[in-house]
Design a protein around this ligand. Structure first.
Ligand code: PHE
Length: 343
């Protein structure tokens, strides 16, 4: 029996001295000592040779030994999470990680987000609607008469299978859907993609993006329209930007006005972006036509409203000096990579 005690003692010394520098070494330790054919199991087997009067004493000693080995194994495995399977591949945890390639936002998304965030600060909510629309929401409700040229096949994409449906030509269709569901006061902006049957060139595309706005309440005046859009221009283009309104015509607003800003490229001196006038048009606007209000059961004697609509591409062109509309949809990373760090 003394031999068995000595054996355990020498095992303990061996185990105490053992250190593992790789995960493999920890696993080998487990197999050697705690595996099904391991030394702990073997030495436990010695119990059958222990005389009955010493069984209790040895039972305790052997259990303690087993616990000793298990504790050592736990310590080794905890440390082994920092080890590799191979000594030569020890990881240097202080090294920087592999870089993750980050994309950038599309310039149109950047500019749309900026527009949206300015109007949100004025209390406008964002509304969205379908790109495939029916005639009523896109044209009829907006007071565009049957024979209006915009309804022409040459301007509008109709759905072949059912020409009662079309690709929306402006996001005014979303305003229609808002007025249909909501009672005044209404204060929404409608960002989205719109489609027009244009020949694709540097200056025209068959789809582009708009942000339109609608504000309906009691006592909304043209002064409110001007002040809102003036605020927008100052926030978007800077305090020095000048604005001017020119009378215009839209079937869904009366009176209507187009808004120009002083040319950002030449500062008003005249260049080819502003066609040497010093001004560039950025949006259409006006007081919502009473007929449009009545189309949605809104009492036009009680309520008035203004609406406006702008092209995101145009704003983006002025902010980033993009001179060819086609660049926006060509997915050329050399172009897209240039717009970093914004919203
Ligand atoms: N819907 C017009 C367009 O697409 C823009 C607009 C909106 C003009 C609201 C006036 C008022 O051109």
């Amino acid at each position: 029996m003394e031999q068995l005690l000595q054996q355990i003692e020498s095992y303990k010394q061996e185990i105490s001295a053992f250190e593992a520098s790789t995960a493999d070494a920890v696993e080998n330790f487990r197999i050697k000592w705690l595996g099904t054919k391991g030394l702990v199991k073997a030495i436990m087997g010695e119990m059958k040779n222990v005389p009955n009067d010493r069984k209790k004493e040895f039972g305790q000693i052997l259990n303690e030994f087993k616990l000793f080995v298990e504790t050592k194994f736990i310590t080794l495995s905890e440390n082994s999470s920092q080890l590799t399977t191979n000594d030569s591949e020890l990881i240097d945890w202080s090294l920087p990680g592999d870089p993750v390639a980050l994309g950038t936002r599309h310039p149109l998304s950047i500019v749309r987000n900026q527009i949206v965030s300015i109007f949100k600060r004025l209390g406008f909510a964002v509304a969205e609607g379908p790109e495939i629309e029916d005639d009523w929401h896109n044209f009829g409700a907006m007071n565009l008469p049957e024979n209006h040229p915009a309804r022409d096949m040459q301007d509008t994409f109709y759905i072949n299978q059912d020409p009662a449906w079309l690709l929306r030509t402006h996001t005014s269709s979303v305003q229609a859907r808002v007025m249909e569901k909501q009672k005044p006061p209404i204060r929404v902006i409608c960002p989205g993609r719109v489609y027009r049957n244009e020949t694709i060139s540097a200056r025209a595309h068959c789809f582009f993006h708009q942000v339109e706005g609608l504000y309906i309440d009691e006592n909304v005046s043209f002064a409110d329209l001007k002040q809102t859009l003036y605020f927008f221009v100052q926030e978007m283009f800077g305090k020095d930007t000048k604005v001017r309104f020119r009378p215009s015509y839209f079937p869904f607003t009366e009176p209507s006005a187009e808004m120009d800003i002083s040319c950002l490229i030449c500062g008003g001196d005249g260049c080819n972006v502003c066609k040497h006038t010093g001004w560039v048009e950025i949006l259409g606007s006006g007081m919502v036509h009473p007929k449009v209000l009545e189309n949605f059961g809104i009492d036009s004697n009680k309520y008035t409203g203004f609406a406006f609509g702008m092209g995101v591409e145009r704003i983006c062109q002025l902010k980033y000096r993009v001179n060819d509309l086609r660049l926006y949809s060509q997915n050329d990373v050399r172009f897209l990579k240039q717009f970093t760090g914004a919203l």
